[in-house]
Design a protein around this ligand. Sequence first.
Ligand code: F6R
Length: 265
Amino acid sequence: MNIFIFKDQQELAQEAARLIIEAWEKKPDLVLGLASGRTPLNLYNCLVQAYQEKRIDFSRIRVFGLDEFKGLNHDHPLSFASYFKENLFNLVNLRPENIFLLDGQAKNIESHCQAYEALITQMGGIDIQILGIGLNGHIGFNEPGSSFGSRTRLQILTEETRAAHLAYFQAMGEETPVMALTMGLATILEAKNILLLATGEEKAQIVQEALEGPVTTSVPASCLQWHPSVYVFLDEPASTFLKRKAFYLHCLKLTWPKKYSLRLF
Ligand code: F6R
């Protein structure tokens, strides 16, 4: 695992954008897996800015959404589809035919999920999967207990995950969804590279468990320890409890300024 600790969220986001831009320079038809949520917002802002400054062009980039709430259509303001439109898709020159999202209203969920997996394969696989991490260690909506062999599927949400989204749905007078469609852990592990982002002290404990604890389905993100090309970008507060922090900083010092050697082909 390549663990990077940045002074703040802004520096982290800029560096994550640089990693993606570097990959795009080598492979202009990059396939990106996109997480939603609070954590990657600054990264998407940096990518939009880079697009405006002509440092990246999205015309050949393909994107896959990581997950979606069951029951929400793509126009629902709290759907991840709306999140992506608002924070990225409407602000860059991504082509509609290059955008692939899970459909929370799919009639036949099983065949929809299978078709989604087939599409990922057809596009040559995901080059960089962007991930956040939940307080319970979930990645995507793979809640604790998810099999490391899990594929894209319907997942029942834990109460803690529902609680994290409660305020937004409450504000709209709606129930928080009880289920979501998500890429599985095996699907995520097939991405050529993983970019895991975590910020804030509230994530420090689970980050330590995921990166340095045992690989266990109780902490789904710990499966990333098996992946050969993981980039973990943390801000200072999220790195608080890392036991090998001094070593990670030592490695960083020796390798910076960094050229990322991503597996793209
Ligand atoms: C979002 C997703 C989730 C989030 C995680 C962290 O598509 O799959 O796993 O990445 O819940 O959310 P934030 O970034 O809001 O703390």
